[in-house]
Design a protein around this ligand. Structure first.
Ligand SMILES: Nc1ncnc2c1ncn2[C@@H]1O[C@H](COP(=O)(O)OP(=O)(O)OP(=O)(O)O)[C@@H](O)[C@H]1O
Length: 362
């Protein structure tokens, strides 16, 4: 039996002439942590609202447990949303905030008490029932917002940038808590963020969005190691991206030289882009490496040196080196064939997946 709980098929959203969602196709399985990741305005919140039922899609279908729900009103959908600003009722205490939805549903008092107790226990706020919202820290307010959502036992919890109002330290703590909570509850989470580190750390699967489209979907490791295009390579982690040509399977040319690589399935001599992650580069003396560069600046980052250097064609290279360099040094870069990641220009995700499957594991 399929585990898919939410599915969007060929979903479009238009406001007048502006298309803010373009042919969105996503499948969300039960019990996993999913993230919609993308820059501001890429359409993340619009997808959440389409699933929650707060907006009508212009075209396409939304399914929940295999049933089309385009016409099902928001309050009849088994999803709940935690908003960026938590949308708590400031004049009510914690108990009343969490119990609110159950009271609207006119549940018996005893049931409300039990479910609120349980929800507060889950988010580790037992004993806070009578506190006013204004007496809580940002992280505690965030947990009340989650308790208020999970008390209604949704099958899917939608979280719209719920950590963005928190300071850096609390944000990190809450990341651990959210991940742990999701695993404990076993509820499907669909989380929205523009923070790539947060997405990589929390998710089972990520949908990378830009300009109303899903650019790539996959596990954090897949997306980091095998970005599909320039946008994804640039947005997720740090990257050196250079233009080149695919000479033949497993041989790519850039910076005027041919290099052995781990990619295949392109046309001979096809123009490509090559990604090299800074942490996969190191420096050595000229003549012993693969690309010669002049060091421009260096910063000590504790466990590595962050070096910015330029090759003879004036391309910038970012290097996380275990070895120090000096400004003005001329050095060679070293990297392994498997650290070269070659991207075709304008390859669809379907073709990309099929190509990878055709040669990986050979
Ligand atoms: N009611 C509306 N009318 C017109 N355009 C809208 C409307 N709502 C959203 N948009 C546009 O749709 C695009 C996507 O918005 P959306 O809120 O989904 O982006 P987002 O990725 O969630 O961004 P952010 O991270 O800033 O919240 C934006 O360009 C936005 O201006």
């Amino acid at each position: 039996m399929s585990n898919v709980i939410v599915e969007l098929k060929h979903v479009y959203k238009r406001y007048g002439d502006t298309e803010v969602l373009k042919d969105i196709n996503i499948e969300i399985e039960q019990g996993k942590f999913y993230t919609l990741l993308g820059p501001s305005g890429s359409g993340k919140t619009t997808i959440l609202r389409a699933i929650a039922g707060f907006l009508d899609v212009s075209e396409g279908e939304v399914f929940f447990n295999g049933e089309k729900i385009n016409d099902v009103p928001a309050n009849k959908r088994r999803v709940n949303t935690v908003f960026q600003d938590y949308a708590l009722f400031p004049h009510m205490n914690v108990l009343d905030n969490v119990a609110y939805g159950l009271r609207i549903q006119k549940r018996p008092k005893a049931e409300i008490k039990e479910r609120v107790d349980n929800a507060l226990k889950m988010v580790r706020l037992s004993g806070y029932e009578n506190r006013e919202i204004s007496e809580l820290s940002g992280g505690q307010q965030q947990r009340v917002a989650i308790a208020r959502a999970i008390v209604l036992e949704p099958e899917v919890l939608l979280l719209d940038e719920p950590l963005s109002a928190l300071d850096a330290k609390l944000r990190k703590d809450m990341q651990y808590e959210l991940r742990e909570l999701q695993q404990r509850l076993g509820i499907t989470f669909l989380f929205v963020t523009h923070d790539q580190e947060e997405a990589l750390a929390l998710s089972d699967e990520i949908f990378v969005m830009s300009d109303g489209e899903v650019q790539q979907s996959g596990t954090p490791v897949d997306i980091y190691d095998e970005p599909i295009n320039h946008f994804v390579a640039d947005f997720i982690g740090e990257s050196n991206i250079v233009s080149g040509h695919m000479v033949k399977d497993f041989v790519v040319e850039f910076n005027g030289k041919e290099f052995e690589c781990a990619d295949a399935g392109m046309r001979p001599n096809e123009p490509v882009e090559v990604v090299l992650r800074p942490e996969d580069l190191d420096i050595t003396t000229v003549g012993e490496g693969k690309v010669t560069v002049d060091v421009d600046t260096q910063l000590f980052r504790g466990d590595y040196y962050e070096i910015v250097a330029y090759d003879d064609a004036k391309n910038e290279w970012l290097i996380h080196s275990v070895n120090p360099a000096k400004d003005g040094d001329r050095v060679d870069l070293t990297f392994d064939p498997e650290d070269i990641h070659v991207m075709r220009l304008n390859e669809s995700e379907e073709d990309f997946d099929a190509r990878l499957e055709s040669y990986e594991g050979e």
